[in-house]
Design a protein around this ligand. Sequence first.
Ligand code: CP
Length: 305
Amino acid sequence: MHLINFKNLSSQQLMDIIDKAIEVKKNPEKYKAALEGKSLAMIFQKTSTRTRVAFEVAMTQLGGHALYIDWRTTNFTIADVYDETQYLSRNVDCIMARLLRNSDLQVMAKASRVPVINGCDEKYHPSQAIADLMTMKEKKGKLEGLKLVYIGIHNNVCNSLIEGCIKTGVRITTVTPIFNEPSRDDELLKSAEKSGLWETSLDVEEAVKDTDFVYTDTWVDMEFFTDPKFSAEKEKRLKIMMPYQVNKKLLEKSNAYIMHDMPIHRGYEISADVVESPRSIIYEQSENRLYSAKAILLKLLENSE
Ligand code: CP
């Protein structure tokens, strides 16, 4: 079983992972030898703070071992993804990969004899969404019937949030004036539409009324943030997106918890005072990446030889 997105997970399986994450957070001792002798290869084509740290610490605290592999230092750069993964999966028990292209991740999943976890590609960020749903459940004691508003670019994080919300009975409204085309997954959006739990709107003031959570994300993907070739697109995006900044004025009448998957760009998608406000659960949400990584690893590696 791989975790590329949530398409092959039932609602119950997803809810079980979320509940396991909450459980391992409460009882870390119980799991300290759960993955004894197991190795996780973590391969990165892009930068990361949380995903790398969370999965590496998760393996250590579960009694296993994680290897950080910078893609650029490997022979993945000069050979087939398929062949290199065939090898890799014969020496480790699990692979977590942050790749630029979902198509390469699909090749990796096909070639691998062990579970492959998507550490964020251009289409999905499932391990982030599990931490998000875990945080929401911790705050409210349930998921079904809650409401979340996502304000930002329609991107990989947005896709996984939509998928995760509709599988767990959370109503989600996306306010996304820009659609990041590489993230497009029409099948996912069609099934979200069918669920009746997803809607999209550009009326940001209306959307934040009566919502339990307001969620935002960067307007520029990590691989382009400091790329001079992307600067014109970055300027264009800032102009379009500034009226959609999550700030005090927008939240004047709101009691919603504030979420962000980080890294944060203060003064752009969110104002600094909102990051620091009492309703912000951003740092707890980031801490929960560790427990959700543990739950994912336990789910994928349980009963594996
Ligand atoms: N949210 C998230 O995935 O953080 P990193 O990019 O730092 O891993």
